[in-house]
Design a protein around this ligand. Structure first.
Ligand SMILES: [Zn+2]
Length: 541
């Protein structure tokens, strides 16, 4: 593709204009059961527009690079459970993670142990994974594995998934440079360049059939002004050279049922030439990816209010974190009085005349803030008092605020270094800082399913994991749509009873036409007739 044109080709997850998507129960997000519910609902929605294709008895091996909190363990587990319930013999086996930070390695070990061990305690296939240390070694035949504490063979996987550090490319990062094509370099401050080079080397050496890539939306910022290249077009070009047919998706978590604005690019790559499990003879990889784009739209959900996902006031995690912060004592910080005064004056406020809001100074949480953070908090509460969540982790000019529409609050993009002050309208709920596990919940991490891991991990590390991870419901929507759209190779040579790919495309065209027409119209019979002709079950009207 032409350099620089990539961004305009990304399909954007737009809110449905005429039908409001179903919502997710906050209790299901909190207890982690929502992913399984979503998987079932997505399958039902898909079957109303396409006849589901039964995959053959197949095992798909998967691995991740720059694994972080490895939330994909849950996505793949829910898909596995769904397909078992549907009678499919499609299995997913986790072969490796790759993560350099020891705290995150410990998290991956622990989560695998908590969710991957079978009921009788025997080691399942999923427990045979390797945990490699360095992304840049993934193109080698052997690499250092911290799980087995030796050099292990880097195994083949069918499905490779990766994010790269947002540190180099996020606009909120101090390392960010809009004019630098990080993704074309061999190394970078945040490690994105090394990570991508490692994944690329892996894909040139191994037979990867499916690739999933995630990064921040700043990936398509200007970059090189002479060549009009962006980091996004660099990534796209390098993946095309690896032999993939590609499609980009610009996904916002808030459209998939979680109350967080988080726009991220996801790129799905399919390699026709390596397709052991798929037959692209009647439908090309590009056509499959077009179907994925349509199916993903059926996975949209309306989020609950962010306040519904916060811990209760009596939760001991809140007390523990407060006590930890109090024990650290008041931290010193660089505090520039004259800069603070001009900041206040610039906002039309008088220095010294602004008091902290009532309740703010009454709480012990306020005592744990540095002078600078107190100043930023006071300033931001004077400037914009109604925000329920505010990130005071940077400076007065860089405070981020939650948004509210009709008293329903949506948090800003969760970041590793944020310091989020929460003030709810109920007077009995004193203002406090958000804790790390709450950031994980805003990302859809099913933390209730891993109590041991949570109890072993600091709130700071949990916030870091949340800030860097892929959004759980977005990965579910993308992967489930992909598995539903893929032309699985039949396991026997008997005449296939599967729907033809042409049917699927016609069905989706009908669905799209139907969903964009006036839903109040009672003239549905021609549409139902057409759906019947295409062997599609019409939706209940
Ligand atoms: Zn190993």
């Amino acid at each position: 593709m032409a350099s620089g044109s990539s961004a305009s080709n990304a399909s954007s997850s737009q809110a449905c204009s005429n039908v409001c998507p179903a919502s997710i129960e906050p209790s299901q997000i909190l207890d982690g059961s929502y992913l399984g519910t979503l998987a079932k609902e997505h399958a039902a929605a898909f079957s109303s527009v396409i006849v589901p294709v039964t995959p053959p008895e197949t095992t798909l091996l998967w691995g991740t690079i720059c694994s972080g909190g490895e939330v994909l363990l849950f996505t793949m587990k829910e898909l596995h459970n769904l397909y078992v319930a549907m009678g499919f013999k499609l299995r997913f086996v986790h072969r490796f993670s790759c993560e350099i930070k020891p705290a995150l390695q410990a998290w991956i070990f622990s989560v695998n142990h908590e969710v991957g061990t079978s009921a009788d305690g025997a080691e399942t296939d999923d427990m045979k994974y390797c945990l490699f240390e360095r992304a840049e070694d993934m193109g080698k035949s052997v690499a250092k594995c911290v799980r087995h504490n030796k050099f292990c063979i880097v195994p083949n996987v069918d499905l490779l998934m990766m994010g790269t550090s947002c540190k180099d490319i996020s606009r909120a990062s101090s390392a960010y440079r809009a004019d630098m094509l990080v993704m074309s370099m061999q190394s970078s401050i945040g490690g994105s360049a090394e990570t991508f080079c490692g994944a690329e080397a892996y894909m040139l050496r191994h037979i990867v059939q499916i690739f999933l890539f995630e990064n921040v939306d700043a990936l398509d910022d200007a970059g090189d002004l002479t060549t009009h290249m962006t980091n996004l077009s660099v990534v796209y070009g390098r993946l095309e050279k690896c032999g993939f047919a590609l499609k980009m998706f610009l996904m916002d978590t808030v459209l998939f049922g979680l109350p967080q604005s988080r726009r991220r690019y996801y790129i799905i790559g399919l390699k026709e030439s390596a397709a052991a499990h798929f037959d692209f003879s009647s439908k090309s990889a590009s056509q499959v990816l077009g179907t994925v784009e349509n199916l993903v739209r059926l996975c949209q959900r309306t989020p609950p209010c962010a306040s519904m996902l916060l811990l209760g006031e009596d939760d001991c995690a809140i007390d523990d974190e407060l006590n930890r912060r109090l024990a650290m004592g008041e931290k010193g910080s660089k505090y520039n009085v004259s800069a603070a005064i001009s900041q206040f004056q610039g906002a039309g406020l008088s220095w010294g005349a602004v008091d902290a809001r009532s309740g703010t100074q009454d709480t012990l949480w306020y005592d744990t803030l540095t002078k600078l953070q107190r100043n930023v908090l006071t300033y931001s509460e004077a400037e914009y008092k109604d925000a329920m969540f505010r990130d005071i982790g940077q400076s007065s000019s860089r405070v981020r605020y939650s948004q509210a529409i009709q008293d329903k609050h949506t948090v800003f993009c969760q970041m590793p270094g944020q310091l989020v002050w929460v003030r709810r309208p109920e007077p009995e709920k004193l203002p406090r800082l958000q804790v790390g596990r709450e950031a994980l919940t805003f990302q859809g991490y099913p933390i209730a399913q891993i109590p041991t891991t949570i109890s072993m991990t600091s709130e700071k590390v949990m916030q870091e994991i949340a800030g860097n991870m892929m959004s759980a419901p977005v990965t579910l929507a993308l992967l489930q749509s992909l598995f539903a759209a893929l032309p699985w190779r039949p396991s026997s040579h008997s005449k296939s009873t599967q729907t033809t790919e042409r049917d699927v495309d016609e069905a989706l065209a009908v669905f799209n036409a139907a969903s964009s027409s006036n839903p109040a119209s009672d003239d549905v019979s021609p549409r139902v007739k057409r759906l019947r002709r295409l062997r599609i079950r019409p939706n209940a009207e």
